[in-house]
Design a protein. Sequence first.
Length: 268
Amino acid sequence: MHQHIFTQPIVSEIKQPTLLTLRLLESVSDLLVLSSMTNPIVEFVVSQVNATQATLIVRHQPFIELIYHDTQQVADKYDQVRSIGQGTRLYPTMGIAPRVCIDQLRKGITVDIQADEHVYFSLETLARFELISLEQDLRILSEPHALVMAKAILGRKFDYDEPSSMLAVHISELEQVRRDLREYLKGESGKIHPGVSTELLKLDHLLQNKHQWLLRTYHQSLERPNLGRSSNEQLCNIEQLQRKLDCFELLAPKDVSDMVNKLSDDEM
């Protein structure tokens, strides 16, 4: 379960009290995190425990980085106590706005891990997340391929300065993903879990928003060479032209300048 959303298992050795910081990668889009908030962020399974040393099997979502720090502090209380073969998962707290959880993940949240014949897990006081033991985890979700593909394209950060030809490729790919989602919903109507159906509809709405933004950017790239300019803006810089005219006037002979001025006056 969750193989499609987790990284490959990582073996972590805990030899003394450890602070594990979980932080979002800088390149990750908020849309990907938003669509993944129903899934566990990280999973710990206790493989071995020997006195104050422990071996953990860790899996986490790929948009998260793990940073380990040794510490001498001992936590006053623990959220989870686990033995060999047992594990725990980290989820966003129910009822908390996803925006709050995403912001906290960007700053980093800390899990205190200690071992003493058992392994103890505790979260920082203000964390908007909770640890749930594996045997009590009722949030298990087996996601269809269409759902995974939709999350993948939502999580991609597009470069809106790309040429129009590349933007057209992105638009076509996004349309294909949306078409796959609709076909899956239509073909599996009444067969899939209502929670999965609801999430598919939410993702389709997010994909539609991204599709509209890409279309707008694509049309703007066709109408003007630079997104920083309006379509009817003059390409020439008036101030730069004025400086050039001043330089020509200083360098040109007086009779030439007088002739140019006379011609300009006649045209007006």
